[in-house]
Design a protein. Structure first.
Length: 536
């Protein structure tokens, strides 16, 4: 099986791929330099469209041999039993509904997130209702923009057969709002009744509007800000769960989050169906091969609601040894790699003592990149300039200013990027992501190197082998042999640094300087926009 991915170490977050394709498979992650573009493997259809724009060397094709989502993961020998989970007390029983208290549920999310699965299972449960004949139900599935990962909404109502009911739930009357997407769930807050319960995933699929928002004119909506806003508005009527994280950790796929959210709703006493009715509903609504993992996910949701256990996710970026190994590889054959590791650790300690508010992971990456670029020749200069910023900025402004400064100490030319393509960090990321999906995997780099020779630009399509990248990452001498190579990038960096240290710009101006990024023409265009044409 083939996947496409973005090497976030090489990605500049210029978002040219987003602007030129509008592909819903593109999403976001973060590192020391802020947001980075990634490809969501659950949405990507592997049409390779985003790679064809050739805006940067970040895109890669991954070929997994003998693909299987769970076969190569070590399974737990102990079979989990769910018999200990107690049957909840229903907030609204069938008797309550029969007496005139209508039961209403709204399910909302994006296409492909499991909204249809959730609503179908609830509808199947409502078609049984323990064999009662004094109740009716109405169900409407508004699929909307499902094909382009747009909003999908389902309404379900159960009521006495002595009454009539419209297909759509009135605002402010829903007993239950379910969403496997934080952002879509927040959009449905107006449907929630005063004693209703909202259950949402703690994360959201990043929409195109946020991907394209640079955050200069107004703060970009983040998952953290949205969680806080929801908590303030809904209070105790809100349950946020790591649904996709739990699903991916157990099944290597996030699709079972839909069954987990039903498990939470049931254990919270917000679904009036018996466990037997729900099991039959799962059986009827799902393909045979999907029943077992979905039913297990349902039980996991029940267990999480009772115990609220956390998913302990670790990142290769937290592994200091990987950073040290990467730094050591900048040494030429006649040099000792330990020398650069000691240099890296020395400056980490120096920054840690003076910049306590800056995350250590950010400092690690800044120093790593400066050393990898030119063996850390200007680390002392970076430190002294950082101290100057320390006197003028604090908190988030200092973090942003330091990030802008760090980016002026390197250029992602073909030498630097060669290291980023095969660094121990990158290798560990790939192994973690694909190592258990098949018997083996191969990374194919999608590159378009460019060189200026005698005033002429030479550019060609090329997929380098690993040994070629190992050789290329030591060719720093090319920068001296070809002084016109990336000359514009050097001028832009110097202008940004000069303004940063002489004018100490405001936060909004820092954001503009931070958005001068990308490769070649993309960077030149951003510099023209934010620095002014006279500087480029």
């Amino acid at each position: 099986r083939e996947f496409y991915q973005i090497n976030t170490l090489a990605c500049e977050d210029c978002r040219a791929c987003v602007e030129m394709t509008g592909c819903p498979g593109l999403s976001q992650t973060q590192d020391a330099y802020g947001t980075k573009v990634i490809i969501d493997p659950q949405i990507c259809v592997s049409d390779s469209y985003c790679t064809k724009i050739k805006a940067c060397p970040s895109f890669e094709l991954v070929k997994v041999s003998d693909f299987h989502p769970t076969k190569y993961k070590k399974a737990s020998k102990k079979k989990t039993s769910w018999d200990h989970l107690p049957v909840p007390e229903f907030k609204k029983s069938f008797e309550n509904i029969s007496s005139g208290q209508d039961f209403r549920t709204l399910v909302i999310g994006v296409g492909g997130s499991g909204v249809t699965t959730i609503s179908r299972i609830i509808a199947e449960g409502a078609s049984r209702m323990g064999g009662r004949d004094d109740l009716k139900f109405k169900f409407v599935d508004q699929k909307g923009l499902a094909q382009r990962n747009g909003s999908v909404t389902s309404h379900l109502s159960i009521y006495s057969n002595k009454k009539t009911h419209g297909p759509v739930i009135p605002l402010g009357t829903s007993d239950l709002v379910l969403s496997p997407d934080l952002l879509e769930g927040a959009r449905a807050i107006e449907y929630l009744s005063t004693d209703g319960l909202m259950i949402v995933d703690e994360e959201f699929q990043v929409p195109l509007s946020i991907l394209l928002d640079r955050g200069i004119e107004r703060p970009v909506t983040t998952q953290e800000s949205l969680r806080l806003d929801l908590k303030n508005k809904v209070g105790d009527r809100l349950v946020m769960a790591p649904l996709k994280k739990m699903s991916f950790e157990r099944f290597q796929r996030p699709v079972y989050a839909s069954a987990m959210i039903l498990g939470i709703a049931y254990q919270a006493g917000r679904l009036p169906f018996s466990l037997d009715d729900l099991k039959l509903a799962f059986n009827s609504a799902l393909p045979k091969l999907e029943f077992e993992p979905n039913w297990e996910a349902f039980q996991m949701g029940r267990d999480w609601h009772l115990n609220r256990w956390e998913i302990q996710q670790t990142s290769v970026f937290d592994d200091k040894k990987l950073w040290e190994k990467s730094v050591s590889l900048v040494a030429y054959p006649w040099q000792r790699g330990e020398r650069f590791v000691n240099l890296w650790n020395t400056y980490i300690k120096m920054f840690g003592e003076r910049f306590t508010e800056i995350p250590s992971s950010h400092i690690r990456q800044y120093l790593h990149d400066i050393i990898v670029f030119d063996q850390g020749k200007f680390l002392g200069q970076f430190y002294e300039m950082s101290l100057q910023l320390r006197k003028k900025y604090s908190s988030e402004d200092l973090s942003l200013a330091l990030r802008v400064l760090a980016k002026t100490f390197w250029i992602k030319d073909e030498v630097f990027v060669s290291h980023l393509m095969i660094s121990p960090l990158k290798t560990a990321i790939d192994q973690e992501r694909y190592g258990l999906l098949g018997s083996s995997f191969e990374i194919v780099h999608i590159n378009r190197p460019a060189f200026e020779v005698l005033g002429k630009k030479i550019e060609f399509d090329f997929s380098p082998k690993r040994w070629m990248l190992k050789v290329m990452r030591h060719f720093r001498s090319l920068r001296l042999l070809m002084p016109e190579w990336h000359k514009k990038e050097k001028e832009i960096s110097q202008q940004v640094r000069k303004e940063l240290l002489e004018e100490f710009p405001s936060r909004s101006r820092l954001l503009e300087l931070d958005n001068i990024k990308g490769y070649r023409e993309v960077r030149y265009k951003a510099a023209s926009m934010y620095l002014g044409k006279k500087h480029v």
